[in-house]
Design a protein around this ligand. Structure first.
Ligand SMILES: C[S@@+](CC[C@H](N)C(=O)[O-])C[C@H]1O[C@@H](n2cnc3c(N)ncnc32)[C@H](O)[C@@H]1O
Length: 271
């Protein structure tokens, strides 16, 4: 195992228990029947009943189990053992059928198989992967011809921003274009519970610029159908953001807007 995998996995292993009991993930709401998915995602993918869906970097499986609750035949994959254990436990407890496999994302076709109708991934997934070309090849190999990738991800133009020292304005902190040796990012606590005590805080991350993601997918044999950039975020990235009725966070009127997230839809060619 190379160094970045061990480093990043220790970070994620430690956060699973914190996330499972956090208000952010609202596992009790899920137990009561709530879906953890964004309304756009459910609308975009439509009727998933009977569809074979691979969820890459599924964390502890809340979104995977939400797709399964909507009728998809779900396989979730994550490299964190505690995450996969928690996902299997939640599946058992709620009686929702889904398969969960512990593996590196690059090994997904070997361990999950092929011929999936949908590969679903994102929401803080790509920044953990050093090689976007290998990722795109894995996605293509998972899909049947005509099958689709549905990626919802934080926008790379936003990923590199951080608050200025006065805590008022975003300023550029990390490169927009991918640094091939990775970006060391130290993150105590968690986005789901900022004050949570944590020991494994060092990570190595990669910001994959938009052109790199799109080009890797095209070269892997996918036809891009849509790239939808959004000013709304699933996270309160900056303290001045306001939450809308849809639950998403935006820069308030009167401040210049910026891209927060994007949705990319692509279809494997060859059908
Ligand atoms: C931010 S989470 C994904 C978020 C997920 N959409 C959610 O909110 O539940 C990122 C996940 O990627 C996983 N991960 C990071 N690097 C990975 C790799 N190389 N292979 C497989 N999983 C990986 C982590 O264990 C973590 O569960």
């Amino acid at each position: 195992m190379d160094g970045h995998t061990d480093l990043n996995r220790a970070y994620w292993d430690e956060r699973v228990a914190i996330h499972v009991r956090s208000r952010f993930y609202d596992v009790d709401g899920f137990r009561d029947g709530r879906l953890s998915l964004g309304a756009d995602e459910v609308r975009d993918l439509g009727d998933v009943r009977g569809q074979r869906l691979a969820h890459l970097q599924c964390h502890f499986g809340l979104d995977s189990l939400s797709w399964a609750r909507l009728g998809a035949e779900v396989s979730g994959l994550d490299f964190s053992g505690p995450a996969i254990d928690a996902a299997r436990g939640l599946a058992r407890e709620t009686g929702i059928a889904a398969r969960f496999v512990q593996a590196d994302v690059y090994d997904a076709p070997a361990v999950l198989g092929r011929d999936f109708d949908i590969v679903y991934t994102g929401i803080g997934a790509l920044c953990w992967l050093p090689d976007i070309t290998r990722w795109a090849q894995a996605v293509a190999a998972l899909l049947r011809p005509g099958g689709q990738l549905y990626l919802v991800e934080f926008h790379p133009a936003n990923w590199g921003l951080d608050l200025n020292p006065a805590g008022e304005t975003p300023e550029i902190r990390y490169d927009y274009f991918t640094r091939h040796d990775g970006e060391p990012v130290d993150l105590a606590g968690s986005y789901a519970e900022s004050g949570a005590p944590t020991a494994h805080n060092g990570t190595l991350q990669w910001n994959h610029n938009m052109g790199a993601v799109i080009t890797a997918l095209i070269r892997a044999g996918l036809a891009i159908r849509e790239v939808r950039e959004s000013d709304a975020s699933y996270m309160r990235t900056f303290p001045f953001m306001e939450q809308g009725e849809d639950g998403h966070w935006r820069v308030p009127a009167g401040r210049p807007n910026m891209p927060m997230m994007y949705t990319l839809r692509a279809v494997r060619e060859g059908c």
